[in-house]
Design a protein around this ligand. Structure first.
Ligand SMILES: [Zn+2]
Length: 478
């Protein structure tokens, strides 16, 4: 049996973060009662006319530019015809042979994945097959603006596909185009999977995997589908072009229907919508207004702020976390200390909901804590306590306190006066003459014993460097 290689191309549908739909003024808010966000246009009633949402165009162009695509100055909306209960017009407004952008790429570890095109389209409604055989339709999603990002078949494994999806989701989240909510259907992926003998350049018969709502499941479904196709070929059976679903319970793919060809959709230009004109000046304005991309931000954190690549990776996992860290770094003037504190303390208590992140304290409070440590007012250990206290206060709805005021109120200031430290240290040394003699006789490890006693005595508030120096002097060869 010849060894086969998998060939995978992904089509991603991402919802554009607009308040209203693509061609009418209905709200796009998630979670409203069924059919409460509809009007004659998105219900597909005869005589209603679509009007293009300008904000959706800006977001679509921003995404295409971030993916390195070229923008067509003139593109066309087309009708893609098919009948389904959640598509009352009988067609979906999309773009076909003249999409607004083409020819981009997305880089994943060590690999450039080519992007065929990014085009605009509207979403369909949702059919819900209820128990007892009834089916109901919710048209709140009907007309929600989407971009479809069509990738070239450059991926060779389920793991690569998952990495591509994570990178794409992150990119769209960072530039404010999409909220990355797979479970709410605002970021969805279809995977075209085929196999071919190694060395063959023609594409094999492809199977489309549809409606998979997690990146991990996409990875598993692709890996399973590749093995299924190799088994079929190995058994001498032909593969059919079809659409298959993923059953998470059984860990297998199953046939949904034979796949339509483009000509089955009877595409033609939508006569209700004029061509979409994107003048160069508009495109450049969008380009200039696009925030820094995640890869560029990571590189800057490493080269300019001196973070390790691992820290840069952690702190750019979400645009709000990156912004929080940058603010703390700027306010404190200590990017590396800010990075370490945000990673070890703040991120443990942070929770992410799509485009939003709940951070337990403010960046200014982080900078305030770092300033107290730098001034040796508190120790590193006390910094963690101050943080925990500020976090608990914020959660309890207490007014925002400055770390400085908190430290004063709690009397937490570290014992750093030389006389105070000296008197505690000498009391400890005098109380433990046996250990002091052993240390002087060369048992260096006993220094830790004395430091521990001093810290216990001062309830952790003594400056450790000063305690060490004082003890060494008192226990010195004298
Ligand atoms: Zn509407």
């Amino acid at each position: 049996m010849p060894p086969y290689e998998p060939v995978i191309g992904l089509e991603v549908h991402a919802q554009l973060l607009t308040r209203s739909k693509a061609f009418c003024g209905c709200s796009t808010a998630f979670g409203a009662p069924p059919n409460s966000q509809v009007c004659p246009v998105c219900l597909g009633l005869p005589g209603s006319l679509p009007v293009l949402n300008g904000a959706a165009v800006t977001l679509a162009v921003r995404a295409a530019l971030a993916l390195g695509c070229l923008i067509r100055p003139r593109s066309v909306f087309a009708r893609k015809h098919y009948f389904y209960a959640d598509q009352p017009k009988g067609y979906q407004i999309s773009q076909y042979d003249e999409p607004f952008s083409f020819g981009g790429h997305l880089d994943i570890a060590g690999k450039r994945v080519r992007i065929t095109r990014v085009h605009m389209e509207e979403d369909a409604g949702k059919t819900i097959h209820a128990s007892g055989g009834d089916s109901v339709v919710d048209l709140n999603r009907s007309g929600v603006p989407l971009i479809e990002i069509v990738g070239e078949p450059d991926l060779r494994s389920g793991a690569e596909a998952a990495e591509y999806l994570r990178a794409l989701r992150e990119l769209l989240l960072f530039i404010g185009v999409n909220d990355g909510h797979l479970e709410e259907g605002s970021f969805r992926c279809d995977a075209n999977v085929s196999i071919r003998p190694v060395g063959e350049t023609k594409l094999g018969t492809r199977v489309e995997l549809k409606n998979i709502n997690s990146i991990r499941f996409v990875e598993k479904a692709i890996e399973h589908e590749v093995l299924r196709q190799i088994d079929e070929r190995g058994a001498g059976r032909a593969l059919h072009q079809e659409t298959r679903g993923w059953d998470e319970k059984t860990g297998t793919t199953y046939s949904l229907r034979s796949k339509e060809e483009a000509q089955d959709y009877r595409y033609f230009p939508d006569p209700d919508l004029p061509p979409l004109l994107l003048p160069l000046a508009f495109v450049e304005e969008v380009r200039a207004g696009t925030s820094e991309l995640p890869a560029a931000k990571r590189a800057r954190f490493v080269t300019v702020l001196g973070l390790s690549p691992a820290s840069a990776e952690t702190l750019t996992q979400h645009p709000h976390i990156a912004a929080f860290f940058e603010e703390a770094a700027t306010l404190s003037g200590e990017p590396q200390k800010a990075a370490s504190f945000v990673q070890t303390e703040v991120l443990r208590d942070a929770t992410t909901h799509g485009p939003e992140v709940d951070l337990p304290i403010t960046a200014a409070q982080v900078a305030g804590i770092l300033a107290l440590v730098k001034a040796e007012t508190i120790s590193g250990k006390q910094a963690k306590e101050v943080y925990a206290r500020l976090r608990d206060d914020a959660r309890a709805g207490e007014p925002l306190a400055s770390p400085d005021a908190l430290v004063q109120r709690l009397g937490m200031a570290q014992l750093s006066g030389d006389d105070a430290i000296e008197s505690v240290c000498s009391a400890v040394v005098l109380a433990n003459p046996r250990q002091a003699a052993a240390f002087r006789a060369g048992k260096e490890a006993l220094l830790g014993f004395f430091v521990g006693l001093v810290m216990k005595e001062t309830r952790g508030s003594a400056n450790p460097a000063k305690v060490n120096a004082t003890l060494r002097r008192l226990l010195g060869s004298s």
